[in-house]
Design a protein around this ligand. Structure first.
Ligand SMILES: [Zn+2]
Length: 135
């Protein structure tokens, strides 16, 4: 169980890293392929800005890179090394799996990155907008 107030709640729940109330991405469904990458400009509950500076989310790629590495390594070790299944059968499953998980890993990577810089504040919705420069 992932509780409100933890970073994992924000990352996997598509929630603002500051108040854990507002949505980070506009559309709750990551598999809506036309809108899966559309973020809200700021939190609709606490006004935390999500568009922080140009290139901020390049760092999010570290998060999705780690997720892909974990996925590929675990599938490879369990099926090719331990299960001794032909690598071509494994690739036939792994490649579609990588494509299917792309919207999820993209979102989790970005939420992971912003959660490094923003701390949870249960009183955030009561406080006025923070003074963060607009880019
Ligand atoms: Zn918020």
């Amino acid at each position: 169980m992932i509780f409100k107030g933890t970073k994992l709640y924000s990352i996997f729940g598509n929630k603002c890293p500051r108040c854990h109330e507002g949505s980070f991405f506009e559309n709750a469904n990551p598999f809506n392929l036309k809108k899966f990458d559309k973020m809200n400009e700021q939190c609709k509950v606490c006004n935390e800005p999500f568009e922080r500076e140009p290139g901020f989310y390049f760092g999010g790629m570290y998060g999705s890179y780690a997720l892909y590495t974990a996925l590929i390594a675990s599938v490879f070790v369990s099926f090719v090394v331990i299960g001794e299944i032909n690598i071509f059968y494994v690739l036939a499953v792994l490649i579609p799996l990588i494509i299917l998980t792309q919207p999820l890993f993209f979102r989790w990577g970005r939420l992971f990155w912003i959660n490094i810089f923003v701390k949870y504040d249960p009183e955030a919705h009561k406080k006025p907008q923070r003074n963060v420069p607009k880019w």
